[in-house]
Design a protein around this ligand. Structure first.
Ligand code: ADP
Ligand code: MG
Length: 250
């Protein structure tokens, strides 16, 4: 397990005054407005909020898919831009909705991590079995997979890394409810067995209640609320959170 030999009291992930803006047609849009918050080692945090609130942008800064304009993002106390990028991405592995697939078979895609890093926790067969991809898919072209199968493939590729931090972005959005539950169980089991830290962006409130110990609620580029899961759902502190939970702004 990489970087899991860190002192337990160092946060796994730490954001300090993180800002990000985009220029579009001469206008500046502030996507993240001074986001500050820590995720402790071993936590499962569900990141909730209306679409466009900055959830994916924040998540993708943890493994240098994007970088802040201002502020710092630390993984185990070390700023992401001071990490070797390959090592960072093995330590904090990202799975997302529409991960690009490589030309070639599902097996080729599942061997990718091994080729890149000379390290692979599981064989392609084990990865397929873990994520519920049937073995006969291994020799099919990855481009022919359905949306749900692609999500499983993306997660399988992520789990091939010896990561101690999982960054998950809407990884069950293309799955039926039963398949989504299977994936939740898989993540919970991995979390327990490997003492993982999980930062999980989801739009599924029931999923957040089932998996998360902590909720981060984002709105309009701000991290408005950090609360224990039960507390967030029973007593949200901000009007924006109450509106969101009513379903008004999802
Ligand atoms: P969420 O995941 O909460 O839906 P995102 O982090 O994807 O939010 O995006 C936040 C906002 O930033 C959105 O309004 C999105 O359109 C905008 N945005 C994200 N990436 C870019 C980009 N590369 N260029 C311009 N705008 C972007
Ligand atoms: Mg998103």
């Amino acid at each position: 397990m990489e970087a899991n030999n860190q002192k337990d009291d160092i946060p796994a992930i730490s954001f300090t005054s993180v800002r990000k803006s985009y220029e579009q047609e001469g206008q500046t849009y502030d996507v993240l407005k001074a986001v500050t918050g820590d995720i402790q080692q071993g936590a499962i945090v569900a990141v909730l909020g209306p679409s466009g609130s900055g959830k994916s942008t924040l998540l993708s800064m943890c493994n240098l898919m994007k970088t802040p304009d201002h502020g710092e993002v630390k993984i185990y106390g070390k700023e992401v831009r001071d990490w070797n990028v390959n090592k960072l991405r093995r330590t904090a592995a990202l799975a997302f909705q529409s991960a690009p697939v490589l030309d070639g078979t599902v097996r080729d895609n599942l061997s990718l991590v091994q080729k890149l890093h000379q390290t692979q926790l599981y064989s392609p067969e084990e990865l397929a079995s873990l994520t519920g991809l049937s073995p006969e898919l291994l020799d099919r072209s990855a481009k022919d997979l359905s949306g749900g199968q692609l999500q499983r493939l993306s997660l399988a590729r992520t789990l091939a890394n010896p990561s101690s931090i999982l960054l998950l972005d809407e990884i069950t959005s293309a799955l039926d409810p039963v398949s989504a539950l299977e994936i939740e169980e898989l993540i919970k089991k991995q979390h327990q067995e490997k003492k993982l830290t999980v930062m999980w962006v989801t739009h599924n409130m029931e999923q957040a209640k089932r998996v998360a110990d902590t909720i981060w609620f984002m709105a309009d580029g701000r991290l408005l609320e950090i609360a224990e899961t039960d507390t967030f759902f029973s007593r949200p502190q901000h009007e924006a959170a109450r509106e969101f939970l009513k379903g008004g702004t999802r």
